[in-house]
Design a protein around this ligand. Structure first.
Ligand SMILES: NC(=O)c1ccc[n+]([C@@H]2O[C@H](COP(=O)([O-])OP(=O)(O)OC[C@H]3O[C@@H](n4cnc5c(N)ncnc54)[C@H](OP(=O)(O)O)[C@@H]3O)[C@@H](O)[C@H]2O)c1
Length: 329
């Protein structure tokens, strides 16, 4: 593909939101020896992508401008690097690009073989692309800090999932149910039926005081909270936790880090756990298998063509997706 040109969407500086995305023609990337070149079929947008553009991870991310954002892709393998053994041209795959390199909002992308897995025919391109940051985060938060066994063989846990209608939350509810947990979920009233359909046992409306207090209607105390939202103080979580309950905070800010430190230093049994995804191939393979077997679904909020990527970007910044947002070249 050397010398071929592709359509891509990039930005040149921090800030500016959707209006700062530019449609450009750039060379198709050449895979390094441990990379595969994909013709992209679907890209999932995550809040992280827009936060990087905002400059929330400066100066580390993005490492340079211009930057083609987005990491979560599915596609068809077109070429492989010299060391790649598991894939060949024509294979359908689900893959995660590094947050440093980005590259998802383009017709072609070059993930590493180590974060690329096969996509079976039963899993659509969009269903696969949703599983990366959002699905992996839900899985790792539940399995590791929350200690839920996804095959349902562990002790029954009481789990609270906040923002259960969003990208991470909708996977977390389903995976927690596979793990035989009792699930309480928060969402807006418009999403009650949706979150119930994912398997949640009880629902709290985050927009009314009773729901915002996070108190389980049936009196459950939570062994773990998968906190997919922001702005809820520790004092709201604390009375609703079991004696050794944990709040797993996906978006830890200064006050979370303070609570984390205080709870550690005082040997508190109730803990706040700041969470950072560490993407692993075996976790991704499990998620793809669960979708293939019909045990997990990716709910599609919306799909946009690459020519309208800025609309997908705005939709993500708005923070009101039900499920996942996709761009399809
Ligand atoms: N640490 C990590 O490694 C990691 C990994 C993945 C994600 N994250 C973070 O996790 C957070 C969630 O990500 P996401 O992809 O799930 O976001 P998302 O898909 O954009 O979430 C949108 C959903 O959240 C709901 N929501 C917003 N505020 C709420 C509240 N206060 N209570 C209940 N529901 C609320 C919205 O419902 P309404 O429309 O009804 O408001 C909407 O359905 C983001 O901050 C993201 O950056 C962190």
């Amino acid at each position: 593909m050397a010398g071929k040109i592709m359509q891509a969407v990039q930005y040149d500086s921090y800030g500016g939101g959707a209006a700062a995305l530019k449609h450009v023609e750039v060379p198709v990337p050449t895979p390094k020896k441990d990379e595969v070149l994909l013709k992209v079929e679907a890209t999932s947008i995550n809040p992280l992508d827009c936060k990087i553009q905002k400059g929330m991870f400066r100066p580390l991310l993005p490492p340079k401008f211009p930057f083609i954002p987005a990491t979560d892709v599915t596609g068809e393998v077109v070429e492989v690097g010299s060391n790649v053994k598991s894939f060949k041209a024509g294979d359908k795959v689900v893959a995660m690009l590094s947050t440093k390199s980005g590259g998802g909002l383009a017709e072609y992308a070059v993930p590493k073989e180590s974060l690329t897995v096969s996509r079976p025919a039963e899993v659509s391109a969009a269903e696969g692309a949703g599983l990366l940051i959002a699905g992996l985060t839900a899985l790792q938060a539940l399995v590791n800090p929350a200690e839920v066994k996804l095959n349902g063989t562990g002790p029954r846990k009481n789990i609270l999932v906040t923002a259960a209608s969003g990208g991470v939350g909708h996977y977390a509810v389903q995976l927690a149910k596979l793990g035989n947990a009792h699930v309480t979920a928060t969402c807006g009233a418009r999403n009650f039926d949706f979150v119930k359909s994912l398997g949640a046992d009880e629902i709290l409306d985050y927009k009314i005081p009773e729901g915002a207090a996070l108190k389980s209607p049936s009196g459950q105390k939570y062994d773990a909270v998968i906190n997919c939202t922001t702005g809820i103080p520790w004092s709201t979580f604390e009375p609703n936790l079991s004696s050794s309950g944990k709040v797993i905070d996906l978006t830890p800010g200064a006050s979370s880090m303070w609570t984390f430190a205080v709870k550690k230093l005082t040997f508190s049994k109730k803990q706040l756990v700041p969470f950072l995804l560490n993407a692993k191939k075996e976790n991704l393979e499990l998620l793809v298998r669960l979708v293939k077997e019909g045990k997990l679904k990716t709910v599609i909020d919306s799909k946009f063509p690459l020519s309208k990527a800025e609309d997908a970007w705005s939709r993500s910044i708005d923070g009101h997706a039900t499920g996942k947002i996709f761009v399809e070249p």
